[in-house]
Design a protein around this ligand. Structure first.
Ligand SMILES: [Zn+2]
Length: 343
């Protein structure tokens, strides 16, 4: 076993997991960091996530980055599209810009070696869910029309929403309506789906309860087919159940808690799904903490404590005491801690 493979966080059934890492330190450092913290997958932004302007060419280090990820056996790589993208809205200018950005992400994905382009289902902005879904599929169709299909073509992965701000994709039924409309436009096979656990919670799915997770996955399988579930964004949350809010929290420190998280990570129907973390404080050491917790949850161990922040600050504002052999926290006692901290 090499040093690199021994660091890797083991998951059942060959499934893979990794963090969303910010690009601040440069692409190659991001690849090294993912390897260091035991990731087997990775999500990034390909460019500035809060700007419409895209760089005309992929960055020069993209090919070395792609090669390093292959050496480290890290993948699939997901690219999260810019936050501004909204394919479901009625505003023509924003819609055209959104189609352009998605087209751009699709065109640059092969340079990074990305398998998935992750896009939020978007917001109908008052036009109604049905109109929003039609608009979304229209945008997808236009962006994909210029991206050649084939075995290496990236999959556009649509993400569920917690439901704030006229969002679509709030329920499994709405995701199924998107798929049905997309299939009618010949897009089946070019799109996949992502379930974000914090968004499910905000939308009212009580996935702290393993029985509810089983129901959600059974419904997804019945209405869309679980083979279309490509990604899970594994995030705990400090928002209220059904609040339509979305505040990501470190694994096991939010309202979903370790029981629900562990049930998803170990769920026998999800071997083909890749788990990505979008938890807070990735640049403050919480990337390693949350990756370690993926392994802890799978193995049923007490959760790795966070780094030691100044009291009352930072995303881990309620650090857990390092567990002692005498007082090992159970998943239940760890479940509801730290939910006041928000990014
Ligand atoms: Zn997400």
């Amino acid at each position: 076993m090499t040093a690199e493979s021994s660091r890797r966080v083991e998951l059942p059934g060959g499934r893979r997991a990794g963090p969303h890492l910010p690009m601040g330190s440069g692409l190659l450092k991001v690849a090294e960091r993912a390897g260091e913290i035991g990731a087997s997958a990775l999500q990034i932004f390909s460019d500035n996530p809060t700007a419409w302007r895209r760089r005309p060419e992929p960055p020069p280090e993209a090919s070395a980055f792609r090669q390093r990820l292959a050496e480290l056996d890290i993948g699939p790589l997901a690219i999260h599209a810019a936050y501004l993208v909204n394919l479901a809205g009625a505003d023509d200018v924003l819609f055209e810009r959104s189609v352009d950005v998605l087209r751009h992400e699709l065109a640059h994905a092969p340079a990074f070696g990305a398998r998935f382009i992750n896009v939020h289902a978007g917001s109908h902005r008052g036009a109604g869910a049905e109109a929003g879904i039609a608009r979304l599929v229209d945008g997808l169709s236009r962006a994909l029309a210029e991206s050649p299909d084939g075995p290496d073509a990236p999959l556009v992965v649509l993400e569920n929403s917690s439901g704030g701000g006229d969002a679509i994709g709030v329920s499994v039924e709405q995701l199924a309506a998107v798929l049905e409309t997309a299939t009618a436009r010949g897009l089946d096979g070019r799109i996949g789906f992502c379930l974000d656990t914090a968004h499910l919670w905000g939308a009212g799915y009580d996935i702290a309860d393993p029985a509810v997770i089983d129901c959600v996955l059974a419904e997804f399988d019945r209405l869309l087919g679980l083979d279309r579930l490509a990604m899970i964004h594994l995030n705990d949350t400090s928002s209220g159940l059904g609040s339509r809010h979305d505040r990501h929290q470190n694994l096991g420190e939010g309202r979903i808690g370790p029981v629900g998280m562990a049930h998803l990570l170990r769920h026998p129907a999800l071997d083909h799904v890749t788990f990505y973390l979008e938890t807070p404080g990735m640049e403050e050491g919480f990337d390693a903490v949350n990756m370690a917790r993926v392994g802890d949850l799978v193995a049923g161990r007490p959760l790795t404590p966070g780094p030691l922040p100044r009291p009352g600050t930072g995303p881990g504002a309620k650090p857990q005491a390092r567990p002692t052999p005498q007082a090992r926290p159970t998943p239940q006692t760890l479940g509801r801690a730290g939910s006041q901290a928000g990014p």
